[in-house]
Write a protein that binds this ligand. Structure first.
Ligand SMILES: NC(=O)c1ccc[n+]([C@@H]2O[C@H](COP(=O)([O-])OP(=O)(O)OC[C@H]3O[C@@H](n4cnc5c(N)ncnc54)[C@H](O)[C@@H]3O)[C@@H](O)[C@H]2O)c1
Length: 275
C-alpha cells in the first residue's frame, strides 16, 4: 500500500514497539494517531513528532473497552478524514505459573491482548473497506506460535491474535477486499513492557507477594528483553509489510526453529517437545 499522506492509528503507540512503528510510518510520510493508556508518554510522543513537522493527534485509550476504540476511530476520522493503517499493538504480560494465575489476571491479559485487537478489527475494518484501501496489523508474539511455560494467559491471547489475523486475511482475500492484514510476531525486543505490566496490573489481580521463583522468572525475562532488538527496527519491518502487503512479520526468523521442533515432535512421537 502507498503510505505517503496516509493515516496510521497505533495503539500502545507512546512506547516501545508502537513508538518504533510511529517513527517508521512518519518517515514514510504518514500522519499519526497515537493511542495509549499513559497520557504523559503520549504528550512526549506528540512533542517528538510535531517537532519534526509530522501531523499527529493523541488519544488516551484503553483498548480493552469497545467504546474507547470507537471513540479513537472517530478522532482519527474527525481530524484526518480517514484511517489507512491500524496497528493493534498495545499489550501487557505477567509471567506466572498456570496453577497460580488468578482469574483477574487471566481476564486482564485476554481483555487487553486479545479483545483489544478484536475490537480494533471490528471497528476499523468497515471504515477501511468503505474507503477502498487499508491495512490492519496486530502485534502477537513468538508466544503466539509456541506456548512456553509461565505465560499461560499471554500465550492464549497471542495464539488468539495469530488465529484472528490469519482468519481475517483468508476472509479478506476470499472476497477480494481492498484491505490487507498482517501479524507481527516479535522475539525479544528492548522495551518497558515488564515495568508497564506491573504498573497496570489491576489491583485485585495482584497477589499479596509473588513467590521468589516467579520473581526470578520476571528478572530473567527482563534481562532477555534488555538484550533484545531495538523497537525502531521492528517499526521498519512493519512498515515494509504494510507497503508490500505481506502477512507474517518476524523479527527473529531463526527462532522459528522452536515452532518446527514442536511440529517435529508432534509427528515423531507425540511428545510436546523432544528432548
Ligand atoms: N518487548 C518484547 O519483547 C515483545 C515481544 C513480543 C511481543 N510483544 C508485544 O509488543 C506489543 C508492544 O509492547 P512493547 O514491548 O512495545 O511494550 P511497551 O510497554 O513499551 O509498549 C506497550 C504500550 O501499550 C500501552 N498499553 C498497555 N495496556 C494498554 C491498554 N489497556 N490500552 C492502551 N494501551 C495500553 C502501554 O502504556 C505501552 O505504551 C505488545 O502487544 C507486546 O505483547 C513485545
Amino acid at each position: 500500500m502507498e503510505t505517503q499522506g496516509r493515516v496510521a492509528v497505533i495503539t500502545g503507540g507512546a512506547s516501545g514497539i508502537g513508538r518504533g512503528m510511529a517513527r517508521a510510518f512518519a518517515g514514510a510520510g504518514m500522519k499519526l494517531v497515537l493511542a495509549d493508556l499513559d497520557e504523559a508518554m503520549l504528550a512526549d510522543a506528540a512533542e517528538e513528532f510535531s517537532g519534526k513537522g509530522v501531523e499527529v493527534v493523541t488519544r488516551r485509550t484503553d483498548v480493552s473497552k469497545l467504546e474507547e476504540i470507537e471513540a479513537l476511530a472517530q478522532v482519527a476520522q474527525d481530524r484526518f478524514g480517514g484511517v489507512h493503517v491500524l496497528c493493534n499493538n498495545a499489550g501487557i504480560g505477567i509471567p506466572t505459573p498456570t496453577h497460580k494465575l488468578n482469574l483477574d489476571d487471566w481476564r486482564w491479559m485476554i481483555d487487553v491482548d486479545l479483545w483489544g485487537p478484536i475490537y480494533g478489527v471490528k471497528v476499523f475494518l468497515p471504515i477501511m473497506e468503505a474507503q477502498g484501501e487499508g491495512h490492519i496489523n496486530s502485534t502477537s508474539s513468538l508466544a503466539g506460535l509456541v506456548a512456553s511455560g509461565m505465560m499461560g494467559a499471554y500465550n492464549v491471547a497471542k495464539h488468539g491474535v495469530v488465529a484472528l489475523m490469519a482468519t481475517l486475511e483468508r476472509d479478506l482475500r476470499g472476497r477480494k477486499s481492498p484491505v490487507h492484514s498482517s501479524v507481527l510476531c516479535p522475539g525479544p525486543i528492548n522495551t518497558n513492557i515488564s515495568r508497564h505490566s506491573v504498573e497496570y496490573r489491576p489491583s485485585k489481580a495482584k497477589p499479596k507477594a509473588d513467590g521468589e521463583k516467579d520473581g526470578r522468572a520476571g528478572s530473567r525475562i527482563q534481562a532477555m528483553l534488555e538484550q533484545g532488538m531495538h523497537p525502531d527496527e521492528v517499526g521498519e519491518l512493519v512498515l515494509d509489510a504494510v507497503q508490500r502487503d505481506t502477512f507474517w512479520v518476524l523479527t527473529h526468523p531463526n527462532m522459528i526453529k522452536l515452532v518446527t521442533r514442536q511440529f517435529d515432535a508432534m509427528l515423531d512421537d507425540g511428545s510436546l517437545t523432544k528432548a
